[in-house]
Design a protein. Sequence first.
Length: 97
Amino acid sequence: MPAVTMFSVVEVGHGDDERFIQFYKEVRDFLSKQPGFIMNQLFRSGAQTAARRFMVVGKWESTEAMASATTSEEWKKLMSGRQMTLSPTPFEEVIVD
């Protein structure tokens, strides 16, 4: 089964960039300890006024591994009370050079 790459555009309130980046580090630390995790990166748009200016790219061994990590009780606790819009979408690799 091919690896799965997850793309998630994140909506963050204006002025909340640094707080979000710190939160992302907590999320990355949690995810890096989960079975099937391969990698995770954070990108910020050059359009600083865009509400959806962050993108998270993660790679997992399978969709099931990603789903298991992001539906766990620990994940729910980590995400509890966060006011941000996430849109995670998994993609399977088709052609990789």
